[in-house]
Design a protein around this ligand. Structure first.
Ligand SMILES: NC(=O)c1ccc[n+]([C@@H]2O[C@H](COP(=O)([O-])OP(=O)(O)OC[C@H]3O[C@@H](n4cnc5c(N)ncnc54)[C@H](O)[C@@H]3O)[C@@H](O)[C@H]2O)c1
Length: 254
């Protein structure tokens, strides 16, 4: 395994399982020191143990990634534990399905709090630290193909993801002078512990994805690590769609 992220410190939210866990694992195995957050503290600790057992350096921190105090603490811990911060990945996001005609204010506000507020303020707190350090850095949002195409009962979720993509573009002018890049990944249907709970998920997406399969967490993490790497220093304000070609044709799942 190469050591592309040697001497880098990364924060990743919502990383107890799924896409965030895989990004945390790959970063740690390529030399990064990782602050691994999850709402579920036990899950964060188990994830950190699993990555440590493979030789990675990880510090688990439980807490809600929509909470200002939790987010600031992630940045503070990165600095106090490892001396500096280099990378922040706002991965935590909730997927709330709902019929538009019935969607409630409580559902709407929870989605905004985690997907938009949490991502926005992690980016702000991380960027303040990166600006202070004066050595640049990387910030990454986790979007979704539902921010590009209509998907039944996911319009509100898709709105939050499209918002994150515009935020990545919109911050370019304020962050570029400090060497901070700001990008997003938009995964298509991805096999995770959560999505594999949905019956027939894998089979449905195999049928309607041009490449003949849903994404794996490794597919998404490989794209994320590229955008977080030193080699991607001239890429900012962009969204990389990783969906096996689904958005090019967008057939709806049954
Ligand atoms: N899985 C997919 O098919 C898919 C597709 C497109 C986009 N995404 C996006 O990728 C990201 C990760 O998706 P996933 O399916 O791997 O995640 P997931 O739903 O499996 O959740 C991963 C972890 O996030 C934690 N979490 C939830 N809310 C949190 C909060 N407020 N604070 C901290 N942690 C929290 C959960 O406890 C869980 O352990 C999300 O932003 C999601 O919207 C996922």
């Amino acid at each position: 395994m190469n050591q592309n992220f040697h001497n880098k410190t990364a924060i990743i939210t919502g990383a107890g399982i799924g896409i965030g866990f895989e990004i945390a694992k790959q970063l740690a195995l390529q030399g990064a020191s990782v602050i691994l957050n999850d709402l579920d503290t036990t899950l964060a600790e188990k994830a950190a143990q699993a990555i440590s057992a493979l030789g990675g350096q990880v510090r688990p921190i439980g807490g809600d990634a929509s909470d200002m105090g939790v987010l600031q603490n992630l940045v503070d811990e990165a600095v106090s534990q490892f001396g500096h911060l280099d990378i922040a990945v706002a991965n935590a996001g909730i997927t709330t399905y709902g019929d538009f005609f019935e969607y409630s204010l409580a559902q709407f506000q929870q989605l905004m709090a985690v997907n938009l507020q949490g991502s926005f303020f992690l980016a702000q707190f991380a960027a303040r630290q990166l600006k202070k350090q004066g050595k640049g850095g990387r910030i990454l949002f986790m979007s979704s193909v539902t921010g590009h195409q209509s998907h039944r009962h996911l319009a509100t979720y898709g709105m939050t993801k499209a918002g994150l993509e515009q935020l990545a573009r919109g911050l370019v002018l304020e962050l570029a002078p400090y060497g901070i890049t700001m990008n997003a990944i938009a995964p298509g249907a991805t096999l995770t512990e959560r999505t594999l709970h949905d019956s027939g998920y894998n089979e449905i997406w195999q049928k309607i994805t041009p490449t003949g399969r849903a994404a794996t967490v490794e597919d998404i993490a490989h794209a994320a690590l590229f955008l977080l790497s030193p080699e991607a220093g001239h890429i900012t304000g962009q969204t990389l769609v990783v969906d096996g070609g689904w958005t090019a044709v967008s057939p709806q799942p049954s």
